[in-house]
Design a protein around this ligand. Structure first.
Ligand SMILES: [Zn+2]
Length: 430
């Protein structure tokens, strides 16, 4: 790292502090776009708002629609914004990627979820923490950096992308498939997801979603012995899971530093179960023996586990039932697969953000792994770029909850970390 950087910090910190009001305004403006996903509302005006600001800062700006991706329509276009500014000399590219979509507000708010109210040094609203506060902090970090240091090597990119909350297919996955998250265009990616201002998130666990269907035979409910009840078969599946699978999963521990600690084991959620007649009909049921029962499983697995083995474990239980339980039959269908990913501790982006954290907070960062996935998966799998982490302000536990907020001081401090990391990455290790 160059010598010059320590002369740069006081001026940079002062600029960021001077921009505190702008940072708050920017965050509030972003919150007022109700970019709720699903359905993917207000993406275009939000992306255009970011585009205008970055254009004004001297960036080349593109609006890119995730044409034909899930949920994309003329009414709800998947509009992403990607902005790039070149330095005066060649060098690496540092990219800040934030998703602009938020989940529905839900019940239980004491504030207008899209009102961006400020109270006691916090901004309240859906998406403040996850993750428009992080987006705003990264924009301010970059703007302050450009103002303090116009003579930089390489390039800086900022993107606001859609659909992260629904898998990222119209956002980062779509852009990554076009080479926008690959070398040589991009070298380092920081995703300002709310993992707390002094922690670095290296990656996430893996995901396997699947639907298991048990089969039966329809008959009159007064003579169930003439049919075959699919719901009872599913009961046997659940019993076998309780007896054989859940205890086995709880024994699988990972060396990944997943937070919270409870997620350092394999886990499986039973996401939904449907058997027999639908429950969206208000009339009386007719007496039928159900011939189908469907269970959706959400299995989260560890970097030490292999996806094929994860699947085999479930299939073995189903096959065991098929061999021992009369008339038992099943189908299993994959819904989604995500492999676990973990960036190396000695990756340049990790070292730069760690140095920034220790300078701003006077202590070493915590290194964590997210229990759920985020857009890093697409950057790793599609972009083949492994110099990527999540780092941003905000308390992870507040994400998706009522009265979500971001602490203004946390945004300011994390902007200082981001600006430092940006400088160190652009200049490379020395
Ligand atoms: Zn998020």
């Amino acid at each position: 790292m160059d010598e010059f950087r320590h002369d740069l910090w006081p001026g940079l910190d002062r600029r960021i502090e001077d921009m505190r009001g702008e940072l708050v305004e920017l965050t509030c403006a972003l919150i007022r776009f109700p970019t709720v996903n699903p359905p993917g509302d207000a993406y275009t005006p939000c992306a255009e708002f970011i585009a205008r600001r970055l254009l004004n800062d001297g960036f080349d700006v593109k609006l890119i629609r995730g044409e034909g991706t899930p949920g994309d329509s003329d009414r709800f276009p998947r509009t992403n914004v990607v902005a790039r500014i070149e330095g005066k000399r060649s060098g690496p590219t540092v990219h800040f990627n934030s998703h602009i979509d938020v989940v529905e507000a839900g019940e239980g708010w004491s504030f207008d979820p899209f009102g961006a109210e400020i109270r006691d040094g916090r901004i309240y609203g859906r998406g403040t923490c996850d993750m428009k506060g992080g987006l705003a902090a990264s924009v301010i970090a970059v703007e302050a950096y450009l103002a303090a240091n116009s003579d930089f090597p390489g390039a800086i990119e900022i993107s606001g992308t859609v659909d992260e909350e629904s898998g990222g297919y119209g956002g980062v996955a779509y852009l990554a498939a076009q080479g926008l998250f690959s070398k040589p265009r991009v070298d380092h990616v920081i995703i300002p997801e709310p993992l707390n201002k002094d922690r670095i998130c290296l990656g996430h666990r893996g995901v396997w979603w699947a639907e298991i269907e048990t089969k039966g035979e329809i008959a009159h409910g007064s003579m169930p012995f003439l049919g075959d009840c699919a719901v009872r078969h599913m009961g046997a599946v659940l019993e076998a899971f309780e007896r054989d699978l859940f205890p086995a999963l709880a024994r699988k521990q990972t060396s990944m530093p997943v937070v919270p600690e409870g997620a350092r084991r394999s886990s499986m959620n039973l996401n939904a179960i449907h058997g027999g007649q639908t429950d969206d009909y208000a009339g009386l049921p007719s007496p039928n023996v159900p011939d189908s029962c469907r269970l959706t499983i959400d299995r989260r697995f560890l970097i030490e586990e292999d996806l094929a083995e994860v699947k085999r474990e479930v299939v073995a239980i189903l096959e065991g039932l098929k061999a021992t339980r009369p008339k038992f039959d099943y189908n299993i269908r994959d819904i989604m697969e995500v492999l676990p990913t973990m960036t190396q501790r000695n990756a340049l982006v990790v070292e730069a953000v760690a140095a920034g954290i220790s300078e701003v907070f006077g202590r070493e960062p915590d290194y964590v792994i997210s229990p759920g996935t985020y857009d890093q998966k697409h950057i790793a799998r599609i972009g083949h770029l492994h110099d990527c982490i999540a780092y941003g302000p905000g308390i992870l536990d507040l994400a998706h909850r009522p009265n979500e907020f971001i602490v203004i001081d946390d945004m300011v401090e994390s902007a200082r970390v981001m600006a430092r990391a940006l400088h160190m990455l652009l200049h490379g290790p020395s």
